[in-house]
Design a protein around this ligand. Structure first.
Ligand SMILES: Cc1cc2nc3c(=O)[nH]c(=O)nc-3n(C[C@H](O)[C@H](O)[C@H](O)COP(=O)(O)O)c2cc1C
Ligand code: SF4
Length: 464
C-alpha cells in the first residue's frame, strides 16, 4: 500500500475511557431517529467491510453468519453488510442480491443479527454495481489474443495481423504502437469506464437494478439499504469530475448527480424502509471531485430525501498501483486508497480522523441548506473522546468505525458499559486490508494473539 513520503510513525493515542455513567450521558450512546422513522439506539456505526466469506456464487455461508453475528454481539447502533452485488452475474465470493435465490441466505443473516444483538442493532445492506476489470495479462497472451487489432495498428505496422502481433510481442517498449487504453490493458488489465460507448445504456438499466435489489433487501427483513456511491465503482464514477459523458449524465456536477438521484427515486418508489447512500467527501485523484462537489452532492442527495448520508474518502482505480501479472488492480493501493484507510505510517496529520474536517464541510453544507439528514463520518475513528468531539462539534451525527470494530467487535459495548480499558485496539497497520486486496478471507492480526477459536492454520477466523 502507498504511504505518505514523510513516513512518520504515529503511536496509538493514549485513551481515557468513560465510566458507564459518563457513557450513559454521552452523545455517542444517545439514540437517533432517521426521517424514515427508524430509531437507532446509539450513534455507533460499523461501515461496510467485505470479508470474502460468501460462496463463489455469492451466497451467504456459515462463515458470513459468524462474521456478522460476531459484530452484532457488540450491539452497535448500525451494521452495514458488505458491498453486495445487484446484478445476477458471477463476481467471486462477494455477496449478491441480484436474484430471489439469494433471499433465504440473506433472511438468515438478518435473523442472526437480530438474535445476537438482542434486537438492538439496525441492519442495512450496501448495494453495489461495479464495472468489469480484468487481471493484468501475460504480455505474450495479451498480444496473441487479447489486443484487438485496429486500422491504427495496421497503418503503423503494414504487415499481416499475425506478424503485427508477433512484432509487438517482441518489442521491449510497444507503447508507440498502443493507445492509452491498450497500454493500460497491457500494464494493469483492461478496465471499463462509465464513459465507454458500450456502456451508454447504464442510466437506463441501473435504476431498475438497484430498485429490484432494494426490494429484495426489504423482503429479506433488513432495516434499510445503503446505495454504494463511493470509491471506485459505477455510481461513484458518475459523480466523478472525470465523468465526461455528453448525454446529460456527465460533465457539469448537476449532470453527474442525475443518475444517483434517479437511482434513489427508483428505489424510493419501491420500498418503505430506510434508504441512504455512501459517497466520497473527496476523490483525492487528479481531476477528480473535491469537497466543493461533495457539498453540492450532499445537499442534492439530502434534498431528494435520503435518510442518511455516509461519507468516505478516496479509494480509486485511477491512482492504484500496478498489479502483478495475473492479479487485478486494487483501488486502495495509491494515495486515494491511503486516504480511505489511513495507517499509522503517515504524514504530520496522522491517520486518526484525518478526513473528518472535509466530511464536516459536507455536514455543514447540508445543514446550511436547511436539511437535517444525519451524516455518518469515518476514517481512523478509534476512541470515545474523538467520537464525542466529532458529535459535539456537529461534524457528523453517527460515528463509523470499520477497523476498530474489526479488531474488537465489542468495543462500542465495552465503552458503553464503562469497560473501555478492555478494548482490543486496532493497530492501523492494514494487515486486514492487505488480505482484502488479495481477495483472501479477511481477519485481524490482533485476533491471532489470543488462543482458541476456529482457525485457518495460524489465523483465527472469528474475533475472540
Ligand atoms: C477489509 C475491509 C473491507 C472494506 N469493504 C468495504 C465495502 O465493502 N464498502 C465500503 O464502502 N467500504 C469498505 N471498506 C472501507 C471501510 O468501510 C471504511 O470506510 C474504512 O476502513 C475507513 O474506516 P476505518 O478507519 O474506521 O477503518 C472496507 C474496509 C476494510 C478494512
Ligand atoms: S488487521 Fe490491523 S488494521 Fe486491520 S483491524 Fe486488525 S489491527 Fe486494525
Amino acid at each position: 500500500m502507498w504511504v505518505p513520503p514523510q513516513r512518520i510513525k504515529h503511536a496509538l493515542p493514549v485513551l481515557r475511557a468513560p465510566s458507564a455513567e459518563q457513557a450513559a450521558r454521552s452523545r455517542l450512546f444517545s439514540p437517533l431517529t432517521l426521517s424514515s422513522g427508524l430509531t437507532v439506539a446509539e450513534r455507533s456505526w460499523v461501515p461496510a467491510m467485505v470479508p470474502w466469506r460468501a460462496t463463489d456464487e455469492g451466497f451467504v455461508t456459515d462463515a458470513v453468519l459468524d462474521w456478522y453475528g460476531r459484530f452484532a454481539e457488540g450491539q452497535p447502533g448500525v451494521i452495514v453488510v458488505e458491498a453486495t452485488g445487484i446484478r445476477d452475474v458471477p463476481s467471486g465470493p462477494l455477496l449478491r442480491i441480484g436474484h430471489d435465490r439469494f433471499l433465504d441466505g440473506l433472511r438468515e443473516l438478518v435473523a442472526v443479527v437480530r438474535t445476537r444483538s438482542a434486537g438492538r442493532t439496525r441492519l442495512f445492506i450496501q448495494l453495489i454495481d461495479f464495472l468489469r476489470i480484468r487481471r493484468r495479462p501475460e504480455p505474450a497472451k495479451f498480444f496473441a489474443k487479447i489486443l484487438t487489432l485496429t486500422e491504427r495498428h495496421r497503418a503503423l505496422l503494414p504487415m499481416p495481423d499475425d506478424a503485427i502481433r508477433a512484432h509487438l510481442a517482441a518489442l521491449d517498449d510497444p507503447s508507440p504502437f498502443l493507445d492509452a487504453r491498450e497500454l493500460e490493458a497491457l500494464r494493469y488489465g483492461a478496465r471499463e469506464r462509465v464513459t465507454d460507448d458500450h456502456l451508454a445504456e447504464l442510466p437506463r438499466v441501473l435504476p431498475a437494478l438497484f430498485a429490484d435489489a432494494a426490494e429484495r433487501a426489504e423482503r429479506a427483513g433488513f432495516d434499510g439499504v445503503e446505495l454504494h456511491y463511493a470509491h471506485a465503482y459505477t455510481m461513484a464514477s458518475f459523480l466523478s469530475a472525470r465523468n465526461t459523458r455528453t448525454d446529460g449524465y456527465g460533465g457539469a456536477r448537476e449532470h453527474r448527480v442525475r443518475l444517483p438521484l434517479e437511482v434513489y427515486r427508483a428505489v424510493r418508489e419501491r420500498v418503505r424502509f430506510t434508504v441512504g447512500c455512501r459517497f466520497l467527501c473527496d476523490e483525492i485523484i487528479e481531476g477528480g471531485s473535491g469537497v466543493d462537489d461533495a457539498c453540492y452532492f450532499g445537499v442534492e442527495l439530502a434534498r431528494a430525501g435520503m435518510d442518511f448520508l455516509s461519507l468516505s474518502t478516496g479509494g480509486k482505480f485511477e491512482d492504484a498501483k500496478q498489479p502483478r501479472v495475473g492479479e487485478a488492480a486494487y483501488p486502495y493501493t495509491g494515495p486515494s486508497g491511503y486516504e480511505c484507510m489511513p495507517t499509522v505510517l503517515s504524514d504530520e496529520r496522522g491517520p486518526f480522523g484525518r478526513n473528518v474536517p472535509k466530511q464536516a464541510a459536507i455536514t455543514r453544507a447540508v445543514r446550511a441548506a436547511g436539511l437535517q439528514t444525519p451524516v455518518v463520518v469515518a476514517g481512523g475513528i478509534h476512541s470515545f473522546e474523538q467520537a464525542e468531539e466529532i458529535l459535539a462539534r456537529g461534524d457528523g451525527d453517527l460515528i463509523g468505525a470499520a477497523r476498530q470494530s474489526l479488531a474488537d467487535p465489542d468495543w462500542f459495548k465495552k465503552l458503553r458499559e464503562g469497560r473501555g480499558s478492555e478494548v482490543r485496539r486496532c493497530l492501523y497497520t492494514n494487515y486486514c486490508e492487505a488480505l482484502d486486496q488479495r481477495h483472501k478471507t479477511v481477519t485481524c492480526q490482533q485476533w491471532d494473539k489470543e488462543p482458541g477459536g476456529p482457525r485457518d492454520g495460524r489465523r483465527r477466523l472469528v474475533a475472540p
